[in-house]
Ligand binder design. Structure first.
Ligand SMILES: [Zn+2]
Length: 60
C-alpha cells in the first residue's frame, strides 16, 4: 500500500511539473526577441551587436 502512495505522489509531482515548466531562454530586449537555442542567441549577438540576457519563463 505504501508503494501505491509513493507512485501517486510521484505522478502528482510529474503533473505539477508539467503544468509549471520553467524554461531558460535568451532574450534580446532591443528586438523583443527570445531564443531557445544558445547558438541562435550567440549569432544574434554577433550580427546585431545586441546584448542578450538569459531569462526564466514559464511555459504554459
Ligand atoms: Zn536584438
Amino acid at each position: 500500500m505504501e508503494e501505491i502512495g509513493s507512485i501517486m505522489q510521484y505522478l502528482y509531482k510529474q503533473i505539477i511539473h508539467n503544468l509549471r515548466v520553467t524554461e531558460l531562454i535568451w532574450k534580446c530586449f532591443r528586438c523583443n526577441l527570445s531564443f531557445k537555442d544558445d547558438n541562435l542567441a550567440e549569432i544574434h549577438k554577433k550580427i546585431s551587436n545586441h546584448s542578450v540576457t538569459k531569462v526564466k519563463t514559464i511555459v504554459v
